[in-house]
Design a protein around this ligand. Structure first.
Ligand SMILES: [Zn+2]
Length: 719
């Protein structure tokens, strides 16, 4: 790759630097081009009103917003969007009638002059031009959130895009990919969760370059803050869940043992596949072994040819050295196991494949990277050397692992995105603990219409089927002589030392392999009488299986610190956004309802600019602090101050009541805290648990981590 373009509308300098670092771009390369964070045609204001709904209604009728055709109002909670949209519909409807607004019948010019007279600024001229084409939209408002049906959402979006709907009251779900250049106003009814989201959301207004207005309502009591903290806590995890994940992500393998056995003399004995003969003793006969070896050999040839091809293609680049060393490794006679061979070859192929995938750019606007290919190769080689040194004691070449998404999500009580993020952390670690791969359907089910005799016949010809039988004989349920064969296909490919793709291809091809049909009428129709299906969408990665216990612990420590650092820095960010906005806010909306406070607007833009220019990585700082603390005390210091205002007796009573009602559940402290904070999780979804008002969102005023710790103590006491 010679050129790489990365784009984003909202990256702090710290984030951009971290992206550049992972891509191997030197800091001083001048590769990062930045634009201003807030476009000059947006006018920003903030107010801190006690009655926000009233304030919003009147703000909309003020000079700034009454002239805006398309307005998006952002709320944090779905229920709030619904409530607010209906309030706006009712209240503004009567306002319009009272003030003589005649909706679509009346042309805009007259209306504007009635409402705002001569004081109006630049927008007026443009407004006139437009209004000659279209009538003034009614004060109509609808809500939009992820809880609506797809049809409902489409309808709202369509009406808004067509200019038939003036106000959309939405959660942040609205606006992603929205391509409407004349959105005139963005109002944050609740606190934005970060400056990144703030800039992204206000950036949906005024894309046509015309003046547009943005306003934030701050909650003087700070309830918005605790609402947003819930989103942060939704992604944090207990040590026990991390341990479970590490166990599932790095299943122990036999490589070390095999390697020792191989080293001991039995070099001609290949790998586990040879146990097949023993495993399927009476089901299969011995010529299978020879067949398997023949197929393996062919596969090996294919791979060799491919590597040769790659070498030829790459000969002019700095990559050659890398391929050479890998090739040496593969052809080294001391590494005589097929298993080790194909694994290292696979990793060569994979590294090439993944490089080409990385080319697709992400969508966005202002941050641009361009760099020379040698810098990335250099960094790549460095990283390779580093991980080779650190992993030099490793015998295991890594295995492909599939974790069925639904079951791992339930097992860890953690959303898929959160698990994917944890795997990403492991991949970005200097030791590259895992390599994340594309999701796959990991269960293969094959039905043989010719029954068991057909299955048996096919197993003698097709290695993956034989291997699948072998795999099934080792499971708890054992292999039964039936007409259906079900097996985990990623595990199978790994056991065979094959790549996943050719295994799947070969399995799929069974359906049309007429030579396998027992019935001539089927084969005449081009069918084999075999049905192949893949199911169970799974997360997919590659990881070594010979981690020592201390390595496993350090992986857990790393993840725990990373999660904690993320939680802390996000909470700090939240406080920072609140404090910053508070610093430039008017005490009441009317101070900025008719005209923008230019000084405050300037200050806020300056704040945003300096936020994005900041090159200190907050998460990194937190991470360093945690690492220090871990060295000193072996335990992470608590940032929790015990709230004195909390009546812990009531909390304890509610915990006991919860356990009493749901005695069939084994709660963790975190699960209890999540329920009392109304935080949705895979095992305790809001749709089900949110209905029980006795517990859901019951203790919002108690700090989450204090609640979690208290609940854990109570659970132990109660058992
Ligand atoms: Zn292994």
């Amino acid at each position: 790759m010679r050129c790489f373009l990365g784009l984003t509308a909202t990256a702090t300098r710290a984030t951009a630097n971290s992206v550049a670092e992972h891509l191997g771009i030197a800091h001083d390369a001048g590769a990062v081009i930045r634009g201003g964070a807030v476009p000059p045609n947006l006018f920003l204001s903030v107010s801190c009103d006690t009655d926000r709904t009233q304030a919003l209604l009147q703000l909309l009728q003020g000079r700034r917003f009454s002239q805006c055709d398309s307005i998006i109002i952002y709320c944090t909670r779905r229920e709030q969007t619904e409530k607010l949209a209906s309030t706006l519909r009712t209240c503004l409807q009567s306002t319009r009638l009272a003030s003589g607004w005649n909706g679509q019948d009346e042309p805009r010019e007259e209306e504007e002059e009635d409402e705002t007279g001569k004081k109006k600024k630049k927008t007026k001229g443009k407004g006139k031009k437009k209004s000659s084409k279209a009538a003034v939209p009614k004060w109509d408002a609808e809500c939009y959130h992820a809880g609506l049906t797809a049809a409902q959402r489409r309808r709202v979006q369509k009406r808004f895009m067509a200019g038939q709907l003036r106000i959309v009251v939405a959660t942040v779900a609205f606006g992603m990919g929205l391509d409407k250049s004349d959105v005139r106003a963005i109002i944050h009814y609740n606190l934005p969760r970060s400056f990144e989201s703030y800039v992204q959301e206000i950036g949906r207004a005024g894309r046509d370059g015309l003046p547009s207005h943005c306003h934030v309502f701050l909650d003087p009591e700070g309830k918005d803050m605790s609402e947003l903290r819930r989103h942060v806590y939704a992604n944090t995890v207990d040590r026990s869940a991390i341990k479970k994940l590490v166990k599932r992500a790095f299943p122990r393998c036999e490589c070390k043992k095999l390697h020792e056995q191989l080293g001991n003399a039995n070099r001609h004995k290949d790998n586990e596949l040879l146990d097949l003969d023993e495993a399927c003793n009476d089901a299969l006969d011995s010529n299978l072994e020879a067949e398997l070896q023949a197929v393996e050999l062919q596969h090996q040839k294919d791979v060799d040819a491919r590597v040769q091809e790659l070498r030829d293609n790459k000969v002019n680049t700095g990559e050659t050295e890398r391929f050479d060393s890998t090739l040496k490794l593969c052809t080294d006679p001391s590494e005589n196991s097929n298993f080790a061979k194909s694994n290292s070859l696979d990793s060569v192929k994979r590294s090439v494949e993944s490089e080409s995938i990385n080319e697709s750019p992400t969508d966005a606007q202002t941050f641009c990277v361009d760099f020379k290919s040698d810098s990335i190769e250099h960094a790549d080689r460095q990283q390779d050397q580093q991980s080779t040194q650190e992993n030099s004691h490793r015998v295991c070449g890594g295995h492909e692992i599939a974790m069925v998404t639904d079951s791992i999500v339930q097992e860890l009580d953690l959303r898929e995105e959160s698990i994917a993020t944890l795997l990403c952390y492991l991949e970005l670690h200097p030791r590259r603990w895992v390599e994340v791969l594309q999701p796959v359907k990991s269960t293969c089910t094959i039905k043989f219409y010719g029954g068991y005799p057909q299955l048996r016949g096919v197993a003698q010809k097709i290695p993956p089927i034989a291997a699948a039988i072998s795999l099934n004989t080792t499971t708890a349920t054992g292999f039964k002589k039936s007409s259906t064969l079900t097996f985990p296909v990623v595990e199978l490919a790994d056991k065979m030392g094959w790549d996943l793709a050719p295994v799947c291809r070969e399995l799929r091809a069974l359906q049309w392999n007429t030579s396998l049909a027992l019935d001539n009428s089927l084969s005449n129709m081009g069918q084999s009488g075999i049905l192949v299906e893949f199911s169970d969408l799974s997360m997919h990665h590659r990881a070594p299986g010979d981690l020592s216990d201390s390595e496993r612990d350090s992986v857990c420590d790393f993840l725990e610190d990373r999660i904690q650092a993320e939680e802390r820095s996000q909470l700090q960010q939240l406080q920072f956004v609140y404090d910053s906005l508070k610093g430039v806010s008017c005490s009441e909306f009317w101070q900025c309802a008719d005209a923008v406070d230019e000084e405050a607007d300037k200050q806020l833009k300056q704040l945003v600019r300096s936020y994005f220019e900041d090159s200190n990585d907050k998460t990194k700082e937190e991470l360093a602090a945690l690492a220090k603390a871990r060295k000193r005390a072996k335990s992470i210091p608590s940032s929790i101050t015990r709230d004195d205002h909390v009546n812990w007796d009531i909390v304890a009573r509610d915990i006991r009541a919860l356990l009493g009602v749901h005695h069939d559940h084994s709660f963790t402290g975190r699960a209890v805290a999540r329920i009392f904070h109304g935080i949705d999780s895979p095992c305790y979804p809001a749709e089900v648990w949110g209905r029980d008002r006795r517990f859901w969102r019951k203790h919002l005023d108690v700090e989450f981590n204090s609640l979690r710790k208290f609940a854990t103590q109570e659970l132990i006491r109660f058992r």
